[in-house]
Write a new protein. Structure first.
Length: 147
């Protein structure tokens, strides 16, 4: 991630966030994403560009959280990275940013992304009553290196 910075999202990032989530075929609601950005529960990975301040850069990846009942806990609503930038640690950096902010991070996901969450040391179990859905929990620590 030499040329990438992970930081809290700003309102100026909303269009970029929606673009990344849409390209990943994730359900998005612009109002919900904007609300999460405004309350500080969204992160972006941006390309470092010469002369661009902390609110600039191309959005390469995004993570949006939703509140849980426990104030020290958050749930990942969506995380996505531009296809050509996958496998470069950007998703890992986004999840690590969320884990730095909350004591507990929860995600629900399909089998195809289970290896990603396993690589981050999430504790994973099947969701009762839901075929091919899993819940992963991190205690606030995300493994920074693969597998």
């Amino acid at each position: 991630m030499r040329d990438v910075t992970v930081r809290p999202a700003t309102v100026d990032d909303v269009t970029g966030i929606l673009g990344v989530l849409d390209a990943a075929a994730l359900e998005t609601d612009a109002d919900r994403v904007r609300a999460r950005v405004e309350c500080g529960d969204a992160f972006v990975a941006v390309r470092d560009e010469t002369g661009v301040g902390s609110d600039g850069g191309t959005v390469l990846g995004a993570l949006v959280l939703v509140d849980r009942e426990d104030p020290g806990s958050a749930e990942i609503d969506a995380v996505a990275v531009r296809r050509r930038r996958r496998g470069q640690g950007i998703g890992r950096g986004l999840v690590a940013a969320a884990a730095d902010r909350y004591d507990r991070v929860v995600a629900e996901f399909d089998p195809k992304v289970r290896p990603f969450y396993e690589s981050l040391a999430f504790e994973i179990e099947p969701i009762d009553g839901e075929r091919d859905r899993y819940r992963g929990v991190s205690d606030g620590t995300v493994r920074q290196n693969g597998g």
